[in-house]
Design a protein around this ligand. Structure first.
Ligand code: ZN
Length: 473
């Protein structure tokens, strides 16, 4: 069976670059660097991820909106830190036809400054709150580092939820809900992750605090898949998002946002894939079960019929299946569908028909077995669940084995992946650790007791918290 030229365990980055094109996810030949074309299979995968996000949003009372792509410069300029954070990354529109615009417009790098002037019109009284919205749109950031499909791009397929609340505590409640959404969503995607509270100097531009959602890629680098931000009233003041309280006073809203991107697809590719191609969790696989007829002369009709019957039964049970009737060898079909990461393969040939059996092959483990035809639906349903669980556990094991809590820099140097060191709270000390380890400050663990009885390995003052470091994408 053919395999990728690059091996995942030897050169992960090259393997990743090869697989995203080989599996028909994207085409990187578009003449603007970092703006890739979504090919049909990649786009199907992405829309399935979007659908899971949408379901979570709707379940938690968020409403979908769709704001314009262009933002006037004057709206963008209102929150000082935000401009500073994004200023060097935005694309500007300066002309309309032959006319120079009186005011420049920018392509949204994120949508706070597009939405908030409207939120200030929509929100009048406490009865309008909480306002919970989200949109799934493209955003644009002028990326100067080396681009990489789904991981570092200039046009980003982006999810963003924006909420407004009566006060800080209600916004905190939203953040607790966001964390639960992340847990449910990433479990469905078989992607174990960690929450970290980003350090002050690396939080989102304008946020009060930022919680990041990071996964560990097989290269040992972390990949940030999303972030949850508490804005407090940092944006509502400049954008005048005010409401009338029950006692008739005027108060500023407290706001949160929740962002995720196509990086989720990058994580699915990188974490679950192997040298035969993608391995997709059943929750998003465009085809969950591929049925391959094993044709023998004279038995064609019977075999196709058995395949069609199973296909229909699977559809009736809400399982995405497909019969591959192309005129090529079964071996070529196996290769194609393995490359695409289809979780289960069913083979039906004349011998199986005689025995009233079908052959079932798992993409993740390669395990192959014959199962009774009459029980095939229930077995397939169970196997799909097992594939999700096995993928999750394998990734979880990798994350656990590559995350180390240590006390000294020397110990930290021994490990790849994520290390946690005692931290005194000073930015200089964290940056010094970054230098020594040639990594980045990921952030503090959340929901945990403080780090007491340890000293900062740089300045020897008592540590306040643990701080995580890793090389990041
Ligand atoms: Zn220190």
């Amino acid at each position: 069976m053919p395999e990728t030229k690059n091996k995942k365990n030897i050169d992960f980055n090259e393997w990743y670059n090869e697989i995203v094109e080989l599996a028909d996810l994207c085409d990187k030949r578009y003449p603007i660097k970092g703006m890739n074309v979504w090919r049909p299979y990649g786009w199907k995968l992405m829309t399935h991820v979007d659908q899971l996000i949408r379901e979570e949003m709707i379940k938690t009372g968020h409403e979908e909106v769709c704001f314009p792509l262009l933002i006037p410069e004057s709206s963008f300029q209102k929150e000082a830190e935000h401009i500073e954070g994004f200023g060097s990354e935005v694309y500007w529109v300066t002309h309309a036809g032959l006319n120079k615009l009186e005011e420049r417009w920018l392509l949204r790098p994120t949508s706070e400054t597009a939405m908030y002037p409207l939120f200030s019109l929509w929100i009048r009284s406490h009865a309008d709150l909480p306002l919970k919205t989200f949109q799934i749109v493209n955003t644009f950031r002028y990326e100067t580092k080396q681009t990489r499909a789904f991981i570092r791009v200039r046009e980003i397929h982006f999810f963003e939820a924006h909420t407004c609340h009566v006060d800080f505590e209600d916004a905190e409640k939203q953040i607790r809900e966001d964390k639960k959404i992340a847990e449910r969503l990433f479990t469905k995607l078989s992607l174990p992750f960690i929450f970290s509270k980003r350090p002050e100097w690396d939080k989102f531009a304008g946020a009060f605090y930022t919680i990041s959602i990071d996964v560990l890629m097989p290269s040992g680098r972390t990949l940030q898949l999303g972030s949850i931000h508490q804005y407090r009233d940092n944006f509502s003041k400049p954008y005048e998002i005010k409401y009338e309280t029950e006692t008739g006073e005027h108060a500023y809203c407290h706001q949160t946002t929740y962002g995720m991107s196509e990086r989720i697809l990058g994580a699915l590719v990188g974490i679950h894939g192997d040298d035969k191609g993608l391995v997709m969790p059943p929750s998003v696989a465009p085809v969950q079960v591929i049925i391959i007829p094993i044709i023998f002369k004279g038995k064609e009709k019977q075999i196709y019929k058995a395949c069609d019957i199973l296909d229909e039964k699977l559809h009736d049970n809400g399982i995405r299946s497909h019969v591959d009737k192309r005129d090529i060898t079964p071996g070529s079909k196996y290769y194609d569908w393995e490359l695409k990461g289809v979780p289960l393969r069913v083979e039906i040939g004349p011998k199986d028909l005689e025995k009233k059996e079908v052959v079932l092959v798992r993409r993740d483990t390669g395990e192959k077995k014959s199962i009774p035809e009459e029980k095939s639906i229930e077995i397939i349903e169970k196997e799909l669940g097992d594939v999700s669980k096995t993928l999750y556990e394998k990734a979880k094991k990798f994350l656990t084995e590559n995350m180390h809590r240590v006390k000294t820099i020397d110990e930290a140097k021994k490990f790849k992946g994520i290390v946690e060191l005692p931290w005194c709270g000073s930015e200089d000390c964290a940056l010094e650790v970054e230098n020594i380890l040639e990594g980045n400050t990921l952030g503090e663990p959340i929901d945990e007791e403080k780090c007491s009885g340890y000293i900062c390995p740089i300045c020897s003052r008592p540590a306040e918290t643990w701080m995580r470091y890793a090389k990041m994408y």
